[in-house]
Design a protein around this ligand. Structure first.
Ligand SMILES: Nc1ncnc2c1ncn2[C@@H]1O[C@H](COP(=O)(O)OP(=O)(O)O)[C@@H](O)[C@H]1O
Ligand SMILES: [Mg+2]
Length: 303
């Protein structure tokens, strides 16, 4: 019912959240013909800059109501103003992926973490979802790119999502972070359980899997992957991740062309980057598309 809502979360930076957001969204929209909205929750605005280009994104700064920031100030403008429907324009101003939209971030979003204060008893993450819910029926996918933390921006995304994927590198640091991240999200769900009553059919976001990024061809990852798998089995038994959570079989290879796609401001699906990279993102999009949420929800907040 309504859009599949997916947050890409990891409190580590540089693991591929933004690259995967942009390329997953572009692959779903272009290759699988899905109507996709990307919501940039990271004040660094990398996704917004990538999809809109520097000059158009620069114009947004100072008009912060036309970005995610506007969602926290619903009286000043309509939701429509926050959405940029024309992303990825070519030199003639023609849209390259028409069914891809974005709610961009600006640097102003940084203020959400400290300066912003709720003026009434409705917490910021409830306000955020109340605004966004209007869009749930207008898209097939809503994908949230999160900053490298689990502070307020990320919490808004999580509270508005049903699924979480964790982009990670196949290394020890990512392994160590898994439990902490899962516990933080489970705790957030417990603490916010009371607020679900505002929303019909609320389903707390479940961690559905790890997307391995920047995987070196030919490297032997057997040991670290075994450790990660064992950890996930443990997290499943503790019910802090989805019952079917796993390392996704579709991995993204490490390639210098990944960085080039960002520089060229184009996703791999438009032919930028290597054919292999494009294939990886497409396979990831297909896998996620073919693996919808099961009926059995996690019991977050009900323990
Ligand atoms: N598959 C990949 N191979 C090589 N470099 C990558 C790959 N994916 C991302 N990168 C590079 O790693 C850096 C961080 O990626 P990014 O997607 O911005 O991560 P995050 O959003 O988690 O901080 C960028 O310079 C990006 O170009
Ligand atoms: Mg990022």
């Amino acid at each position: 019912m309504g859009a599949r809502r997916i947050s890409l979360v990891n409190f580590k930076g540089g693991v591929g959240k933004t690259s995967i957001t942009v390329n997953l969204a572009a692959s779903l929209a272009r290759e699988l013909d899905q109507k996709v909205l990307v919501v940039d929750m990271d004040p660094q605005s990398n996704t917004s800059i990538w999809l809109m280009g520097v000059p158009r994104w620069n114009n947004l700064n100072g008009m912060d109501e036309k970005s995610v920031w506007g969602l926290f100030h619903p009286d000043s403008t309509g939701l429509k103003q926050c959405i940029e429907e024309e992303v990825l324009l070519n030199e003639h101003g023609v849209e390259l992926i028409p069914n891809l939209d974005i709610i961009p971030a600006t640097y102003k979003l940084m203020d959400l973490e400290h300066e912003y204060q709720d003026t009434d008893t409705t917490p910021y993450f409830v306000k955020f979802r109340m605004q966004l819910e209007i869009l749930f029926d207008q898209y097939d996918y809503i994908i949230f790119d999160c900053p490298p933390n689990v502070f307020r921006s990320t919490r808004c995304a999580v509270f508005s999502s049903e699924e979480i994927y964790i982009p990670a590198n196949p290394d020890l640091l990512s392994y160590v972070g898994l439990s902490l991240l899962s516990d933080k999200i489970a705790k957030f769900h417990s603490l916010t359980a009371l607020h679900r009553k505002h929303f019909a059919g609320f389903r707390p976001a479940e961690i559905r899997g790890i997307i391995l990024n920047a995987v070196e061809s030919g490297a032997d990852y057997a040991q670290i992957l075994d450790m990660m798998s064992a950890k996930i089995i443990n997290l499943r038994s503790r019910q802090v991740v989805s019952y079917d959570a796993d390392i996704l079989p579709t991995r993204i290879r490490r390639t210098v062309s990944a960085a080039k796609t960002q520089l060229d401001a184009l996703p791999a699906t438009l032919g930028c980057g290597s054919a292999g990279l494009r294939e990886d993102y497409l396979n990831l999009a297909r896998y996620i598309h073919n693996t919808p949420l099961g009926k059995k929800g996690a019991r977050y907040g009900k323990r």
